[in-house]
Each structure stands twice: as structure tokens, then as C-alpha cells.
Design a protein around this ligand. Structure first.
Ligand SMILES: *[C@@H]1O[C@H](CO)[C@@H](O)[C@H](O)[C@H]1NC(C)=O
Ligand SMILES: *[C@@H]1O[C@H](CO)[C@@H](O)[C@H](O)[C@H]1NC(C)=O
Ligand SMILES: *[C@@H]1O[C@H](CO)[C@@H](O)[C@H](O)[C@H]1NC(C)=O
Ligand SMILES: *[C@@H]1O[C@H](CO)[C@@H](O)[C@H](O)[C@H]1NC(C)=O
Ligand SMILES: *[C@@H]1O[C@H](CO)[C@@H](O)[C@H](O)[C@H]1NC(C)=O
Ligand SMILES: *[C@@H]1O[C@H](CO)[C@@H](O)[C@H](O)[C@H]1NC(C)=O
Ligand SMILES: *[C@@H]1O[C@H](CO)[C@@H](O)[C@H](O)[C@H]1NC(C)=O
Ligand SMILES: *[C@@H]1O[C@H](CO)[C@@H](O)[C@H](O)[C@H]1NC(C)=O
Ligand SMILES: [Cu+2]
Length: 778
């Protein structure tokens, strides 16, 4: 239950009809008989915000610091026989603990607890151990619990049930990443004379990195790497500075003496060795390509002539009467208007929303990111070989602190996030923001000959930003008064560019020697909708042209009609948005028809942008690890063993990934079953000069809406009192204004200083060691 703070309770009696005259100073001034609506003429003071306590503790609440400290100590106890070394002391030939986080409880256990009298689900941890004290380094996932640790009760076992490969085990091909970089440095040093001439840089001022995932060729582990100049300025511009020299290397095994330089590629010509390449370089007529040089063009500070009148402060939003939603910060539970939900957090994908209720009824059990793919292409092996599966790097650690007033309104409520990994906790303060804002356009309106009626469009947003390397992703969950939820992704940051030569068919040249490298972003989300219970059906309502005769028609009429069908089983579960938008997809409950015989449901539909799927078919880079990206959306049966469409370690072994989403589709019936919708957001990105220095969010965004569809018997936003009806009587007589009990702000002078906070308190990530436990205060 929401408990309201002082402000609202102290409001004076409200009349629903009042007369407003615009005042010259801009503030609406009420006529004398209504001035009591401003209880405080003058400065607004900080309002007290509503508070709430979740009815039941959050079953997805992340592992606490205390739970993590105990868990790490227990794992390192020789009694467990895991033969672990503290990460800080580990060499490349030791075993150490990677991720430690809450393992989401199974849905059946959670529902018994939330909806019935079942006990709180037992807490288990997901633990990833990196085994490097072996010739074939690998990662093994474990399930440890119950948590908190109780000696003799808590057990550790391999975490296999989430992974349809059959086991939560994957090779770690980057176990010797440090040695590989050092070895590549030696190779680059041996070519220093050539690279200084051709690239304007050498091993001292550039890095060598390339394809991701690595390739397997005839059982050998292969990489192609490219020279990237270091930025010469203070900006993070390295991905705009590719140079046109590529090295193919065989990095199989752990002994660097077995590693080989296989090929050198320059100007689309392949060389077998440094000697062969040097001979060509020294021969007359050798063509030297342009070099890409860093400069002011890669900076993001203000540059160029500011547009007219740009210096003055632009409009900002205010929240005059304080927060109109309630957050249980401890339980990570939120209530806004008719919505309520819990927040969970994973290292691999960041924020997830759980148990989303609308008007007291669950509509979504789980909603969250599964994977973010960025698949590049090019004539050169680096771009051709790049297909990032970002959950490998993990969103959680990079959900960075937000900048109030820029990333989110300064009046937002900010939450912290934390990831427990490699024996440390990384905390990002104020990294999730929650705020209400005006959509900038009304929710609905109508003008007749005698009245006009308009409803305000207030949206509640949960936002976080994750910066994975060069790219910044913005994730928004937008809740609307009409019961809709929009899931939106935007991309900004530095593009990963390509060297210009021979890449004409893969983008535009955008600087002296840089091309924008074409790529697809595909971000897969899980939406486990539960409409009036778990038994639901995925319905398609197509809009089709038809020729029909009617009792009243004198000849066949060319017209259109609706055609209804249901996705009967998983064989029909891979779906693309209909051409011309000519179909509605709705998750309905057929067992609970409304009084007109229609099944109540939530529709899923494209919002901003054009949701896409991956262009590349049967990607040579990703093989079985991109089965979630082949279509716009998917429907499967909910299973505790099919909780995620991807796994972080998939990119280590795309041929045989831990989760092959394609295997989810095994013909299971879907009519009135517990179904899960998986949908993709994304964009085809062909960067142009406007992507320099950073991609702008304006064009790089994509969203999907989940919206009530015959779910209630009318538009629920009619219930809001934030609307006005003005009777204007055709020009004669008094104008009557109804505001339905909504009030004017309770003060007239908002304190703008709180909206421009001192940004010197920005902290960035905080690290605290949990094993061996760092006793410094947290
Ligand atoms: C309102 O705030 C202004 C600016 O801080 C201050 O000068 C003024 O005294 C305040 N007025 C009242 C009534 O508190
Ligand atoms: C335990 O790990 C160490 C490296 O930390 C390794 O040298 C040793 O062989 C391992 N012991 C066993 C039994 O695997
Ligand atoms: C979830 O269910 C699976 C399969 O039934 C089971 O193996 C696993 O232990 C359960 N996980 C948890 C966290 O209870
Ligand atoms: C693989 O091993 C390397 C070196 O020990 C380490 O940096 C990397 O994080 C490991 N990969 C994973 C996914 O743990
Ligand atoms: C660098 O060149 C030297 C001399 O030709 C050679 O002995 C050495 O093996 C080379 N190093 C690498 C890493 O190729
Ligand atoms: C590397 O770059 C720095 C900064 O631009 C420059 O001062 C230095 O001379 C360069 N070093 C080499 C070896 O090119
Ligand atoms: C996908 O590509 C691989 C490797 O090129 C090939 O072996 C496989 O048959 C292809 N699969 C399909 C379904 O085309
Ligand atoms: C772990 O945390 C400690 C502070 O407790 C910090 O000094 C160290 O750099 C952190 N390690 C990593 C890898 O972040
Ligand atoms: Cu992009």
C-alpha cells in the first residue's frame, strides 16, 4: 500500500469547476474565489515522498554483501575441494571464482509464494568458476544453496538445467589473453619500420585487436587482429582509428611457442610472412593507403558555432508536488499509479522486471533483456569477423552512474546496482533512475462545437544506461496511463569503424581513412506475459483483402476483413511482424472471455523505429549462438529449464553454445499454456558522417509496446483526474472549466537549484574486495 506524505494530505478542498485567467507573468492565476487552491504562495519546499513496503520480500533480490562474503569464504574453503585461488593472487594457471549472483528461483516456486501460502523460495547462487590450472581452460557454472550458507546443508552442484547444451561448461579461449597481447606486441615490434611508414604508428602507439568470437579452423583457434591507433587526445576514440593492416594468427593451446602468424593482409593482398610483406613494401610501385589520424574531430566537447539563442537554459521539467510513486528501496519494489513491480539485476543483462501487476493483477511475470548482438560485415576480416554477444562482457558491471539533469531528470529517484564478480563487488551508485515525465503531447483529446476535453500524458520511466566498450545503450521501460508498457532501446557512443579501403560495399567513407562499418543491432528480450493466470494463447488477427458478397450487395465487393488464428504449437512459434503491419499479435486468455465474447489480452506491437531481426543468415561467426535473432518474435512454452534465450559463455563456443535457442522449438502445444514471448529490438546501422564523433540517440532507437487489448471494458486512462474539460458555449456566457479534482501545484516558486545539482559528487564505479574480505567500510 502507498502511504502518502504530508503534501497531498494538506491540500485544501478542491472544487471541480473554477475560472482561470491567464496572467501576464505566466503563472495561471485563479480568480479570487479560488485562490485557496494555492496553499503556499511562494517557495516550494522539498516535499515528502510516498513510501511503500512490498507486501512480500522480493524473491529476486540480489545477493547481499553479507551473503556474498559468506559464499566466497565457503567456496574457497578447501573442504569444498574446488582448488581455488583468490582472484587477486591468481596467475593464469590458477582457478578462481568469476560471477557470484542470485540464481533466479523457479516460477512455480515463486507463484506458490506470491499468490498462495507457499514458503519464500529458497535462495540459490549462480557461481561461475574459471578453471585455468589446466591445459584446456574452461568455465563451469554452479548452483550453490541454500543461501545464506549453512554448513552441512548448503551444497554445490554443477548448474546444468539452464543450458540445453547439457552442461554449464564452456571453453575459455581468452585464458591467455595477456600473453597473446604480449606476443602480438613482439610481432608488431618486428614490423615497426613498416607500420610507422604505412600506418603512422607502431606497437608503442596502437593496439592489436580483432574478431569476436574467435574462429575455429580445422580444430585450430584462429584470430584476425587489426592495428588501431591509440587516441592522441583525451577522448575514447580508438574505435574511430582503425589502420589498414590485419594479422591472422593461430593461438591454439597455452604455449606461446606454438602460436603462429599465418597471414598479413594489406590493401586486399594476402602475405604469408613478415619477410614476404617487407619485400613487397620495399619494392617499387608498392601502393600505400591513407592513414587515419586522430584529432579534434573525435572529441565530444563543444565545437563549432553554437546555434542562435543556444546559450540560454532550455526548458526542463519540474515535479512541483514531489514524487507521485513509491519505492521500497530495500525490496527493490515500485508502485506507480495502477502498476507495481519488482526489480532484479543480473551480471549478464542488467535490470530485469518481475511480477508486473496492473490494477492488482499480474500481467507479466518476467520482462528483461536476454542478449545484445552487434553483427558487423566488411571486406576486411576484422569487420567480417565481428559479432559481439554483449552478455559475455556483461551489462551489469557497466550499468554506470547516471548524470542527473542530463541522463534523467534531476528529480528522479535513483537506485544503485551492484555486481559481485572476481571476488569484488562493483557498485554503481545512482545507476537506475525512476521518474515521471510529461510525454510532450496529450494522451487523448476531442473538440466539439461546445467543449474541448484533453487528458495529460504522464509516463513513468525506469531507465538505465550501459556502456559496453565503445557503445552506450539506453534502456527504458515506459509505463503509460492506458495500461501500456513500452520497452525501448537507444544506442549512442562511439561506433566501431572500419578502415576505408575496399569497404565501399559495407558502408560509407566518413573520414580520411575511416569507413562507417555496417552492422545490425539485435537485442533480444523475454516477456513472460500472464494474462489473468498462466494459461494463455498467442493470437494473430490478420487484416486481409477480400472480395465478398453480402445479402445487400448487387455485385462482389473488393474490401477487407479480419482473419483470426492462434499459434498452436512451437513449430509455429517463430514469427515476423506482418508486412504492411497487417496483423495484430495478442497474448490472450481464451478461458476468460469478456461479456462480448472476446478474449482479454495484451497486444505486442512495434513502437518507435522498425524492430528488426538479423540480416545475416546462418552467420559464419555466430552459427548456433544467434538463433534468437532470426525472426522478430518468438513464442515458446514456459519452462524452468528454458529461462534465457542466450548465455554469456555462448560467444566462447558459438558452434555448440550453452543455450541454443533454436532447440526451444520442439513442437510443444501452446494453446492455453504458460507461454513466453521473446522479441527483438534493434536497428540496421549504416553509420554516416553524422555518426561522428558519436551516434545520436535520435535515429538509433527501437521499441515494442505491450498494450491492453480487450483487456478491460474501456480505456483505463479515463480514470485519471489529470484532464480538463472546457465548455465554451459557442462564444457566449461564462467559460466553465472542469479539472476533475486535479489540483494546481501547491506552491508557486519551484526551487530550480535542486534541478541543477552539483555534479562534482559524481563517483563512478566503486570496488570493494569481498575475498579475501576487505574490511574497509562500505
Ligand atoms: C524564497 O526563495 C528566495 C530565493 O532563495 C529567497 O530569497 C526568499 O526569501 C524566499 N522566500 C520565502 C518566503 O521563503
Ligand atoms: C590446484 O590448483 C593449482 C593451481 O592453483 C594447481 O597447480 C594444482 O595442480 C591443482 N590441484 C589439483 C589437484 O588439480
Ligand atoms: C528449478 O527447476 C529445475 C528443473 O526442475 C531444478 O533442477 C532446479 O534445481 C530448480 N532451481 C531452483 C533454483 O530451485
Ligand atoms: C577467461 O580467462 C581469462 C584469463 O584468466 C579471464 O580474464 C577471463 O575473464 C576468463 N573468461 C571468463 C568468461 O571468465
Ligand atoms: C622478431 O624478429 C626476430 C629476428 O628476425 C626473430 O628472431 C623473432 O622470432 C621475431 N619475433 C616474432 C615474435 O616473430
Ligand atoms: C606515441 O604517441 C605520443 C603521443 O602522441 C608521442 O608523443 C610519441 O612520440 C609516440 N611514440 C612513438 C614511438 O611513436
Ligand atoms: C550454416 O553454415 C554452416 C557453415 O558454413 C554449414 O555447415 C551449415 O550447413 C549451414 N546451415 C544451414 C542451415 O544452412
Ligand atoms: C577489487 O577491490 C579492491 C578494493 O577493495 C580494489 O583495490 C581492486 O582494484 C579491485 N579489483 C578489481 C579487479 O576491480
Ligand atoms: Cu550501431
Amino acid at each position: 500500500m502507498v502511504r502518502l506524505g504530508g503534501i497531498l494530505a494538506s491540500l485544501a478542498v478542491i472544487t471541480s469547476e473554477l475560472v482561470v485567467h491567464a496572467a501576464p507573468d505566466g503563472f495561471p492565476r485563479l480568480n479570487p474565489r479560488s485562490t485557496h487552491l494555492y496553499p503556499r504562495q511562494g517557495n516550494c519546499t522539498a516535499p515528502s515522498n510516498p513510501s511503500v513496503t512490498a507486501a512480500k520480500p522480493n524473491p529476486w533480490k540480489p545477493l547481499s554483501n553479507a551473503e556474498t562474503i559468506d559464499l566466497l569464504a565457503w567456496l574457497h574453503d578447501p573442504a569444498q575441494g574446488l582448488n581455488l585461488t583468490a582472484f587477486e593472487e591468481a596467475t593464469t594457471w590458477d582457478n578462481w571464482v568469476g560471477v557470484t549472483e542470485l540464481l533466479a528461483p523457479n516460477k512455480t516456486d515463486v507463484l506458490a509464494y506470491l499468490d498462495g501460502s507457499g514458503p519464500a523460495p529458497k535462495r540459490y547462487a549462480r557461481v561461475v568458476i574459471s578453471y585455468s590450472a589446466t591445459e584446456n581452460p574452461y568455465l563451469q557454472e554452479y548452483m550453490v544453496g541454500p543461501i545464506p550458507i549453512v554448513q552441512s546443508v548448503t551444497k554445490i552442484e554443477p548448474l546444468n538445467y539452464l543450458y540445453n547444451k547439457g552442461e554449464g561448461k564452456s571453453p575459455n579461449y581468452s585464458a591467455d589473453g595477456g600473453a597473446q597481447r604480449a606476443w602480438l606486441g613482439l610481432i608488431a615490434a618486428n614490423m615497426s619500420d613498416i607500420t610507422l611508414d604505412l600506418l603512422g604508428t607502431d606497437y608503442r602507439n596502437s593496439s592489436l585487436w580483432g574478431i569476436d568470437p574467435l574462429w575455429e579452423e580445422n580444430g585450430r583457434i584462429i584470430s584476425w587482429t587489426q592495428f588501431w591507433s591509440y587516441p592522441t587526445g583525451s577522448y575514447d576514440s580508438s574505435t574511430l582509428l582503425p589502420q589498414g593492416l590485419y594479422l591472422k594468427i593461430d593461438i591454439t593451446g597455452r604455449d606461446w611457442q606454438g602460436w603462429r602468424l599465418l597471414n598479413i593482409l594489406y590493401d586486399n593482398k594476402l602475405y604469408k610472412s613478415v619477410d614476404e610483406f617487407r619485400a613487397a613494401w620495399m619494392s617499387p610501385g608498392f601502393r600505400k593507403l591513407a592513414k587515419q589520424v586522430d584529432g579534434q574531430w573525435t572529441g565530444t566537447d563543444q565545437a563549432g558555432t553554437a546555434p542562435p539563442l543556444d546559450m540560454g537554459s532550455p526548458p526542463i521539467q519540474i515535479q512541483p508536488d514531489g514524487q507521485r510513486f513509491a519505492v521500497d528501496k530495500d525490496a527493490k519494489y515500485v508502485e506507480w499509479m495502477d502498476f507495481a513491480f519488482y526489480i532484479g539485476f543480473r551480471r549478464d543483462t542488467g535490470v530485469n522486471l518481475y511480477d508486473i501487476k496492473y490494477k492488482g493483477k499480474r500481467i507479466i511475470y518476467e520482462l528483461g533483456l536476454q542478449e545484445a548482438l552487434a553483427h558487423y560485415a566488411g571486406n576486411d576480416p576484422t569487420q567480417s569477423g565481428t559479432a559481439y554477444l554483449d552478455s559475455y562482457y556483461g551489462f551489469g558491471p557497466y550499468v554506470f552512474e547516471l548524470v542527473p539533469g542530463y541522463d534523467c531528470p534531476a528529480y528522479s529517484t535513483f537506485l544503485d546496482s551492484a555486481v559481485h564478480e572476481i571476488g569484488n563487488t562493483t557498485t554503481n551508485k545512482n545507476s537506475i533512475c525512476l521518474f515521471e515525465h510529461d510525454a510532450g503531447y496529450p494522451l487523448r483529446r476531442h473538440t466539439s462545437t461546445s467543449y474541448v476535453s484533453v487528458t495529460r500524458n504522464t509516463i513513468f520511466t525506469l531507465r538505465f544506461m550501459a556502456t559496453i566498450g565503445n557503445y552506450d545503450y539506453n534502456f527504458d521501460y515506459n509505463f503509460h496511463l492506458d495500461g501500456s508498457i513500452e520497452i525501448k532501446v537507444r544506442a549512442s557512443g562511439y561506433i566501431q569503424s572500419a578502415f576505408y579501403a575496399h569497404n565501399e560495399d559495407y558502408g560509407y567513407q566518413i573520414h580520411d581513412a575511416t569507413s562507417g562499418s555496417m552492422h545490425d543491432h539485435v537485442l533480444n528480450f523475454k516477456a513472460d506475459l500472464d494474462i489473468l493466470g498462466t494459461k494463455n494463447t498467442f493470437e494473430k488477427v490478420s487484416i486481409v483483402p477480400t472480395t465478398a458478397e453480402y445479402v445487400w450487395s448487387t455485385s462482389p465487393r473488393n474490401t477487407m476483413r479480419v482473419e483470426r488464428s492462434s499459434v498452436k504449437n512451437e513449430d509455429e512459434g517463430k514469427i515476423n511482424w506482418a508486412a504492411n503491419g497487417a496483423a495484430m499479435y495478442v497474448v490472450v486468455n481464451k478461458d476468460q472471455p469478456n461479456k462480448f465474447g472476446s478474449s482479454p489480452g495484451y497486444r505486442i506491437m512495434p513502437g518507435t523505429g522498425t524492430p528488426i531481426h538479423l540480416t545475416v543468415q546462418n552467420s559464419s561467426n555466430l552459427q548456433k549462438a544467434a538463433e534468437f535473432a532470426t525472426h522478430h518474435l518468438y513464442v515458446t512454452k514456459q519452462k524452468d529449464t528454458e529461462q534465457h534465450s542466450a548465455a554469456a559463455a555462448n560467444s566462447m563456443n558459438p558452434k555448440d553454445p550453452l543455450v541454443n535457442f533454436g532447440k526451444f522449438f520442439d513442437g510443444e502445444p501452446l494453446l492455453q499454456e504458460d507461454i513466453v514471448v521473446w522479441f527483438n529490438l534493434g536497428m540496421h546501422h549504416v553509420p554516416h558522417t553524422g555518426d561522428l564523433p558519436n551516434t545520436v540517440f535520435t535515429t538509433a532507437q527501437s521499441s515494442v509496446l505491450l498494450s491492453p487489448h480487450n483487456y478491460l471494458l474501456n480505456d483505463p486512462s479515463r480514470a485519471t483526474s489529470q484532464q480538463v474539460e472546457i465548455k465554451f458555449h459557442g462564444g457566449g456566457g461564462d467559460v466553465a472549466v472542469s479539472t476533475f479534482g486535479s489540483t494546481l501545484p501547491s506552491c508557486t516558486r519551484p526551487d530550480l537549484t535542486v534541478l541543477y545539482p552539483d555534479l562534482h559528487s559524481y563517483q563512478g564505479p566503486q570496488y570493494v574486495r569481498k575475498f579475501p574480505h576487505d574490511e574497509s567500510p562500505e
